[in-house]
Design a protein around this ligand. Structure first.
Ligand SMILES: [Zn+2]
Length: 124
């Protein structure tokens, strides 16, 4: 089984984390991985038009929404990263709503970036 360091490194290469499709000032990307395979990638972005009075969607929810139906997430990991416009990592601890959604989906391992000069992952 891959440890978080290797997966983090692989993700950094595979996913252009700081050049995602987000249209928000700070780019947040959520990547769901099952046994080393990326099954979904989500971004924070503006909703146009807004949905039920919500103007943005969080990356974690976007990623959860695009997982293929029937995917077993009991062994999944979610990596949440946040970068400033210059590409430096920032704290990306999921908010309460996202934590609950991740829990409901059955994902038990959550990693997120912390503010530093390097790409580091913290476990929730
Ligand atoms: Zn959130």
């Amino acid at each position: 089984m891959a440890n978080k360091r290797t997966v983090g490194r692989v993700l950094a290469k595979k996913v252009p984390l700081h050049k995602s499709r987000s249209d928000c000032l700070h780019t947040i990307t959520a990547v769901i991985v099952v046994k080393g395979t990326i099954v979904s990638i989500g971004h924070n972005r503006k909703l146009r038009p807004s949905v039920y009075n919500q103007h943005t969607i969080h990356a974690e929810i976007d990623a959860l929404n695009t997982v293929k139906p029937g995917t077993d997430l009991s062994k999944a990991e979610i990596y949440v990263s946040r970068f400033n416009p210059k590409g430096r990592p920032l704290l990306a601890e999921p908010c309460e709503k996202c934590k609950q959604a991740i829990e409901r989906a059955g994902i038990q391992r959550v990693y997120y970036t912390v503010q530093s000069n390097e790409l580091n992952w913290q476990v929730l």
